[in-house]
Design a binder for this molecule. Structure first.
Ligand SMILES: Nc1nc2c(ncn2[C@@H]2O[C@H](COP(=O)(O)OP(=O)(O)OP(=O)(O)O)[C@@H](O)[C@H]2O)c(=O)[nH]1
Ligand SMILES: [Mg+2]
Ligand SMILES: [Zn+2]
Length: 303
């Protein structure tokens, strides 16, 4: 029987079938994926086949895409946050906690490497002063200009989420972000059927206090799904060629074809580099270019 993995604890999987029934499934015996360098070979969103009698998973269908990041615990391994998504939504906050632009850019590049459309939502607008609201709006203007869908909300103070619901309608959306940005709070506000536990404490610097510990997919309606994920501290880019990274910066994609060194150009200090020209003309934001350099040179700038 075919189904979609909606929750994975590592030892068992909740699987949703097309009749909207949930089954508890397991991986048994010899069915192992030794060659796969992922800490979780079956992720939320995976399409699988299983035996309805005992819940044994017999097959994983090829993924259309996935969102992964470098595992922090196991070097060289990647952790798949979710598979088969239509779009990736990053929740960011200017404070409590602060999301850095480096983190935002690494997330966007990861999604763009699979050509997964991206959304960026600033949450906790109720905590922001006029000045901070303007700063948030400037950041969103920048990301809108490179094709990211942007919105700002307050998961606790807003009462109308129709703009966000419209963006989610008919799609499978992965929701990611630092721990404490309000992913679960926002999902709870979107549907009375979602009752994710939410952290009460207000000290976001405290370590090891994730409230969500497993990724889980929820249904908003028959065609609309959202995946709540545990907060991540760092977003390590999965292995990529240095040369391919600028392809995942939409504002660089066309210009890079005009560099003197062509596809060998890393856009760092090469002569007649079309990207350096973009930056000098202000057509590529300095913060984006700075984060690009950090990704290419592998500088530790993950937070
Ligand atoms: N002021 C304010 N607080 C919020 C808002 N949204 C969420 N919070 C608070 O932020 C804290 C963390 O919220 P969660 O929803 O647990 O955050 P999370 O992103 O799911 O965190 P993890 O599950 O650990 O990744 C809670 O105390 C929420 O009440 C908001 O819009 N404004
Ligand atoms: Mg949560
Ligand atoms: Zn170049």
């Amino acid at each position: 029987m075919r189904g979609t993995v909606v929750r994975s604890t590592g030892s068992f999987y909740d699987v949703l079938t097309s009749d909207l029934k949930k089954h508890t499934c397991r991986v048994r015996g010899k069915f192992r994926l030794d060659a796969i360098k992922e800490t979780n070979p079956i992720a939320v969103g995976d399409w699988i086949e299983f035996e309805p009698e005992d819940g044994t998973i017999t097959e994983i269908h090829p993924r259309k895409n996935l969102i992964e990041r470098q595992s922090i615990k196991k070097k060289g391994h990647t952790h798949v946050l979710a598979a088969n998504v239509d779009q990736a939504l990053l929740i960011a906050t200017l404070k409590m906690p602060r999301t850095s632009l480096g983190f935002i850019d690494r997330f966007l590049v990861s999604a763009e490497s699979f050509r997964i459309p991206q959304l960026l939502i600033f949450n906790k607008t109720d905590l922001l002063s006029e000045k901070e609201l303007n700063a948030a709006s400037d950041i969103l203007t920048l990301y809108k200009s490179i094709g990211v869908t942007c919105l700002s909300v307050s998961a606790i103070a807003d009462s109308d989420f129709s703009d966000l619901l419209k963006l989610l309608k008919g799609k499978v959306t992965l929701i990611a972000g630092h721990s404490g940005v309000g992913k679960s709070t926002l999902l709870n506000s979107l549907s009375p059927d979602i009752e994710q536990s939410v952290r009460e404490v207000s000290d976001f610097t405290e370590k090891g206090t994730h409230s969500t510990t497993f990724s889980e997919m929820f249904m908003l309606d028959k065609n609309t799904f959202v995946i709540d994920t545990p907060g991540v501290k760092e977003w390590g880019l999965a292995e990529m060629n240095q040369q391919e990274i600028s392809d995942y910066f939409p504002e660089m994609r066309e210009a890079r074809l005009h560099c003197k060194f062509g596809s060998r150009c890393l856009h760092l200090n090469e002569p007649n580099c079309a990207i350096l020209e973009l930056v000098s003309k202000g057509l590529c934001a300095e913060t984006r270019y700075h984060n690009y350099i950090n990704m290419v040179t592998g500088k530790d700038n993950r937070k």
